[in-house]
Ligand binder design. Structure first.
Ligand SMILES: Nc1ncnc2c1ncn2[C@@H]1O[C@H](COP(=O)(O)OP(=O)(O)OP(=O)(O)O)[C@@H](O)[C@H]1O
Ligand SMILES: [Mg+2]
Length: 362
């Protein structure tokens, strides 16, 4: 099975430790996305899987084989980077065929693979063109096509769409999703900063922070049940609102007092020993609604209104010295700066974290 297995993988550049022991089991055919803040080690980990970067500690297996000392060319891997380096004087066809010609593949085999890759990526009409006569998105698709032609067992992508404009990103993202469907046995590992790419492409997302894994899970699992505050704030945009709180009642349900005084009851069970402890209360902007009855979560003054058309973002001040709470309300609202408004939320959508940032499980 052409899975990728990482066991306690570590990386240091001299004295500087960058990865602190990564354990991860990627199944053959799986699409795994690495996300995390800039500098957390995503590219380093990807380059270590490709063999472009040495492994300081731990063991790496590809297709069941220990590859720590195996050179990149013998790992059955193809990598696509942020900036595509195509040969400017070669046609699209020749760019894609280049690697196979070096590897002395037969003419027929080269032709078969180039045409099949071009078909998957909708590049057939452009095979005779030079790269300069293509759009950025088409060029990036040629770079992906070139990688496909190598018939890799594992496909690595490091922010392949980040140089493209918004519309091209969407179009190329959809091509990558189709590519993944067309190559069900090929394992794909993809680094991105883009939430939508991560949520839509991934079978599983790996959230990294400062060289460690924070959580691994299906996109909606991370969104609905983050293990800790870091993941809760990292997945979702705008980020989850967090309000400091104190636990006042425990049991089958938990009551907290939010900074600012308001009491909230959550359908989360806590032990009696948690009473009096500091906690963080969390609610996503999209889980807030405008309160219609007397029941409300909190009240505040609108400080900024961002009308995006499909949704309106409201920034609400007034919860003690808290940074503004953001509410994401569908559609266009008649809300003005300075209005006092009340917000409600479905109790099942509320989150609670302990003083160390760990989630209290529902
Ligand atoms: N050759 C190197 N020598 C020393 N430190 C390095 C080297 N390459 C990377 N680092 C450090 O390793 C850490 C991880 O870098 P890496 O490029 O993997 O981050 P990243 O998660 O891909 O970030 P970004 O999202 O900005 O691309 C960073 O702190 C970086 O400065
Ligand atoms: Mg990077």
């Amino acid at each position: 099975m052409a899975g990728v297995v990482l066991k306690d993988i570590r990386k240091a550049y001299g004295q500087v430790k960058v990865l602190h022991g990564i354990d991860l089991d990627i199944r053959q055919g799986e699409f795994v996305v690495f996300v995390g803040p800039s500098g957390c080690g995503k590219s380093t980990l990807l380059r270590m899987i490709s063999g472009l970067e040495s492994i300081t500690g731990g063991e790496m297996f590809i297709d069941g084989q220990l590859v720590n000392e195996v050179p990149p060319s013998r790992r059955g891997i193809a990598m696509v980077f942020q900036s595509y380096a195509l040969y400017p004087h070669m046609t699209v066809y020749d760019n894609m065929a280049f690697g196979m010609r070096i590897a002395k593949e037969s003419k027929q085999e080269i032709d078969r693979r180039v045409r099949s890759a071009a078909e998957i990526l909708q590049l057939t009409p452009y095979l005779d063109r030079l790269p300069k006569a293509l759009s950025g998105g088409q060029r990036q698709r040629v770079a992906i096509g070139r990688a496909i032609c190598r018939n890799p067992k594992v496909f690595l992508f490091d922010e392949p769409l980040s140089n493209l404009d918004a519309a091209l990103r969407v179009a190329t993202r959809i091509e990558i999703a189709k590519l993944n469907e067309a190559m069900p046995d090929t394992t794909m590992i993809y680094v991105t900063h883009d939430q939508v790419e991560a949520m839509t492409l991934a079978d599983r997302i790996v959230v990294l922070s400062a060289g460690r894994i924070e959580q691994v899970g299906a996109p909606l699992e991370l969104y609905e049940r983050p293990h800790n505050l870091f993941v809760a704030r990292f997945i979702g945009s705008p980020a989850m609102n967090i309000i400091p709180a104190t636990i006042t009642e425990t049991g089958e349900t938990t009551t907290v007092s939010l900074r600012g005084g308001k009491s909230v009851r959550l359908p989360i069970a806590t032990a009696a020993t948690e009473k009096g402890k500091a906690a963080s209360f969390g609610v996503r902007p999209e889980d807030l609604s405008i309160a219609t009855g007397d029941e409300y979560l909190f009240e505040g003054q609108v400080s900024i209104v961002e009308a995006l058309g499909e949704v309106t973002l409201l920034y609400i001040e007034g919860l003690a010295d808290q940074e503004p709470i953001i509410a994401k309300i569908p559609g266009i609202l008649d809300a003005k700066k300075g209005h006092a408004m009340r917000f409600a939320a479905d109790p099942a959508k509320l989150h609670l974290f302990d003083a160390e940032g760990k989630t209290y499980r529902k």
